[in-house]
Design a protein around this ligand. Structure first.
Ligand code: KIV
Length: 287
């Protein structure tokens, strides 16, 4: 009998950090892939705003809106009932005011039934994080290379590369923890900086391009499966070449259609020979 995994919850993630046990997060944006993730031991799914790039083909994460994120998250929640689901707050859904941030985070929780929300930004977002947490909504932070502000950062660049920048990242992380975030994504940060931040925090860090010392790791599912070809960041390891498999399967389908090999007997609806004959003769007579 297939073993159904037990959903890991926030206190479990904190306990895992205490025990030095790593956990894994992966993005997903649709029912089909969420169903596959749910069959694995992966504890968390992020319905990331990276959907803008890998699902919608946009150049950045900035244009995607909350309504779209909620539609995607609903499908993921349906597909992965045994996995902790994180809803990623899109650009300008939480920056305008604390009230708006609570309202939009609340929509994510109520309409998509995600388990928590994630938002980008360190110290500058601490008051907003505290307000959302006070409203009863768990928050995952995200610092370092924050794609929603990539324009301000001068592109998709590694952060914390000098003493002042590294100190600022540590301060961002400590402030988010103080504000009540239950975990923090560290993106595009040199290994030693991520190591110190991870050691200083009681809450888990989830690394992406932040080296091996984080408490958990996250990758974009299209990157790790070999389904996104526009660019491949240095930190991405491709665990499969599903894109190539898809092209192979589609080309085979195309060839079989054009050579008459598909559909064959196995994939057609047949009746008893005499019934088929009778129907054929009857239909032919109809003018
Ligand atoms: O949207 C996303 O996929 C993310 C990850 C890069 C952490 O925020």
């Amino acid at each position: 009998m297939e073993q159904i995994k037990k959903k890991t919850m926030i206190p479990d993630f904190i306990f895992m950090k205490l025990e030095g046990k790593k956990f894994t997060m992966v993005t997903a944006y649709d029912f089909a892939l969420a169903t596959q993730v749910n069959k694995t031991d992966i504890e968390m799914i992020l319905v990331g705003d990276s959907a803008a790039m890998v699902m919608l083909g946009l150049q950045s994460t900035v244009p995607i809106n909350l309504d779209t994120m909620i539609i995607l998250a609903k499908a993921v929640v349906r597909g992965a009932p045994n996995t902790f689901i994180v809803g990623d707050m899109p650009f300008l859904s939480y920056e305008v005011s604390k009230e708006k941030a609570i309202e939009n985070a609340g929509r994510f929780m109520k309409e998509a039934e995600v388990d928590c929300i994630k938002l980008e930004g360190g110290k500058r977002m601490a008051d907003t994080v505290a307000a959302i947490v006070r409203a009863g909504i768990p928050v995952m932070g995200h610092i370092g290379l924050t794609p929603q502000s990539s324009s301000q950062l001068g592109g998709f660049r590694v952060q914390g590369k000098n003493l002042i920048a590294a100190e600022k990242l540590l301060e961002d992380a400590l402030t988010l923890e103080e504000a009540g975030a239950f975990s923090i994504v560290l993106e595009g940060i040199p290994n030693p900086v991520a190591k110190v931040i991870t050691e200083r925090l009681k809450i888990p860090t989830i690394g992406i391009g932040a080296g091996p010392f984080c408490d958990a790791q996250v990758l974009v599912i299209h990157d790790l499966l070999g389904l996104f070809e526009r660019f491949v960041p240095k930190f991405v390891k491709k665990y499969a070449q599903i894109g190539q498999e898809i092209v192979k399967a589609l080309s085979e389908f195309d060839r079989e259609v054009k050579t008459g090999l598909f559909p064959d007997e196995e994939h057609s609806y047949r009746l008893k020979e005499e019934v088929e004959k009778e129907i054929l003769n009857y239909l032919k007579k109809i003018k």
